[in-house]
Structure formats: C-alpha cells, structure tokens
Design a binder for this molecule. Structure first.
Ligand code: ACO
Length: 312
C-alpha cells in the first residue's frame, strides 16, 4: 500500500475549574433548564487566573509522551489549531516546541475555529503522504473563556476551555485516514466572529442552520470519498457545539444513536479541542476499538467545516 496517515494517539487536558449552569444562573439571566434543553450543556471547564492555554496544550501533549505511546524524538513538526493564541507572535506552536523539548522542529499555528482539528488532520495527512514528514504533533487548544462576554447570556453559556493533542504518523497498512475534506465560506462571517481584542459575537439561529446543512453535506461527501456508507461506520464523533445540532445532523445522515458520541454536557463547546477530547473519552469508554471505522465532522466560525473517515 502507498504511505498513508494514521491517527496514532490522542490525549486531552482541561482546566480543573468547573463552571456549572447553576454558577451561570448567578452571573446572567439564564436557567439550568434553558441551557440544558437548548444546548445539552451542564458544565464547562474554564481557565483560572494565571493559567494559560499553553499550559493545557502542553499537558495534553505531554501525556502522549509520558504514556510511552509516542517517542518524542520521532516528532517531525508541531502544528497548533487555536482561535485564542496568547500572542500575535511567537505562535503557540513555537512556544510549545520549547516547553515540550522539541526545539528545532518546524512549528506554526493556524486558525480554522471549531474545524481546527479537521484542518489539522488534513495538513498532517498531506505532509505525510507527500513524504515531507513522517510524524506530526497536532495540538488543538482553546481558551474561549478569555474571549467570551460574561455578561452576554446568548454566548457565555455555550463555551468551555480545553486542549486536545494528537500524533499523526506514516503508515503502510489500512489503519489510516481514508478520506478527508475541508471547506470554508467567508460570506457568513458576520454570523460568528471575534473582532481583534473583542468578544464573541454570534447570530445563533443562523449558525445553527448553516452548521446542520454543511456538516451533513461534508459527512456525506467524506463517506462517498471513502467508498463507505453510514452502515460501515462504527462511531461518529461530531464537533460538540450543541446537542440539537448533533441530533439534527445524525437524523439527516441516519446515524443510529448508539453510533453517536456526545460529551458536550461535561465540556460545552471547546472549539478545535472538542473532537480530540470526545475521541479520547470514547476510547476510554471502550467505544473506539482497534480497526474501527470512524467519522469525524466539524463546523465553525468563518464559516469553516470538515469531515473525515478513518480506520483506527
Ligand atoms: N438563557 C435564557 N434565555 C436565553 C439565553 C440564555 N442563556 N440565551 C438566549 N436566550 C433567549 C433569547 O434572548 C431569546 O429571547 P427572546 O425570544 O425574548 O428574544 C430566546 O432565548 C430564544 O433565543 P433563540 O436564539 O431563538 O434560541 P435558540 O433556540 O435558537 O437557541 C442557541 C439559541 C442555543 C444559541 C442556538 O441558536 C444555537 O445553538 N446555535 C448555534 C450556535 C453555536 O453552536 N455556536 C458555536 C460556535 S459555531 C459551532 O461551533 C458550530
């Protein structure tokens, strides 16, 4: 077989501080019931003062190395998906090379909002299949609590902080990314954006509608490109933005509930980190078996979207 790209390991880290819906009831005019029924979210993790996105990104990546899963010296490049870098430069990726003891490897950030993990997989796959690199560390890290207006009930209840780290390696066998697609359309930028130095602005209903449509289209295309149908998929791990978006997409794609992984109740929307966090939780729950076929699908600000079919 030709060289392919394999998802070789995923770990995650979230801050220890938890903000429940009851906590939010004291901050804005909302209720636990409204948040649960409209979004599925029960609690989210948020950074404390003095903690940084880089800290949780590093903690996620370090687990890959400390578990003995990945040999640090094998990493050829480090890429970081984040909408919340701490500085304009150096990039979070550059800072992490030093903190992780990866000095010298090429490193850069990219921005694709909630589709960051899919964009990162696509970049890694291209580097690997072209023969440029054999092993890539992808860190998806978001400090959304720092760009949320905590007085705006329309947005502050939706998001959480978190980081996921994945290593993608070259493989010659069929446990690989079978298909992946990414897309973007800037005509929708006013539906969801963060001005420089500002906070998240969102037209929730518009995001909802386009998200359902684009996620369904992207997943349908990724399945077709992999020459598989939904019946061949063992587990679907969608971006965790809203349970109602996930259930709507699942309905359109005819995904049975037992093939769908949802953990938004515990984390809220962690943007680029949501799929790696969900993947690892699914793995720990015994729902990602070696050789399983998975479907990932994501959608985010931009708008951006992406979907992948992979055998793990
Ligand atoms: N608590 C109580 N009431 C609220 C809250 C809240 N936290 N937030 C909004 N409301 C009110 C609104 O003010 C409105 O009141 P009004 O009718 O008096 O004006 C009412 O609830 C209904 O508002 P809608 O916007 O119609 O509510 P909707 O059912 O559309 O749910 C939601 C809102 C949850 C934001 C939904 O539109 C959504 O999930 N959209 C997707 C947004 C998203 O996921 N963004 C994340 C980034 S993109 C991504 O990751 C895919």
């Amino acid at each position: 077989m030709s060289v392919g790209a394999r998802l070789a390991g995923v770990r995650f880290s979230v801050p220890s501080k938890i903000l429940t819906n009851a906590d939010l009831e004291k901050m804005v005019d909302t209720t636990d019931d409204w948040i649960r029924t409209r979004t599925g979210i029960e609690r989210r993790h948020v950074l404390s003062e003095g903690e940084s996105a880089t800290d949780i990104g590093m903690a996620a990546a370090q687990q890959l190395f400390s578990d003995g899963k990945i040999d640090k010296s094998s990493i050829d490049a480090l890429i970081v998906a984040t909408a919340t870098p701490e500085m304009l430069f150096p990039s979070t990726a550059c800072i992490l090379t030093h903190k992780l003891g990866l000095n010298g490897v090429p490193a850069f950030d990219f921005s694709a909002a909630c589709s960051g993990f899919l964009y990162g997989l696509s970049i890694a796959k291209s580097y690997i299949e072209s023969g440029t690199f054999r092993s890539i560390l992808l860190v998806c890290v978001e400090a959304l609590s720092r760009i949320v207006d905590w007085k705006d009930r329309n947005t502050c209840v939706l998001f959480g902080d978190g980081a996921g780290a994945a290593v993608i390696t070259a493989t010659e066998d069929d446990r690989r990314i079978r298909s992946i697609l990414i897309g973007a359309d800037g005509q929708y930028q006013e539906y969801l954006y963060v001005p420089l130095g500002g906070t998240i602005a969102m037209s929730g209903r518009d995001v909802f509608q386009v998200a359902c449509r684009k996620m369904t289209e992207a997943a349908t295309q990724a399945l077709a490109d992999a020459h598989l149908t939904i019946d061949d998929i063992d587990l679907v791990i969608p971006h965790q933005a809203n349970t109602r978006i996930i259930l709507q997409v699942a309905k359109q794609l005819r995904i049975p509930e037992d093939k769908l992984f949802v953990n938004i109740q515990s984390y809220g929307n962690t943007s680029a980190a949501s799929i790696p966090i969900a993947y690892r939780e699914a793995e720990l729950a015994g729902r990602v078996k070696p050789g399983a076929n998975l479907l990932f699908v994501a959608f985010g600000g931009g708008f951006t979207w992406g979907s992948a079919v992979l055998k793990v």
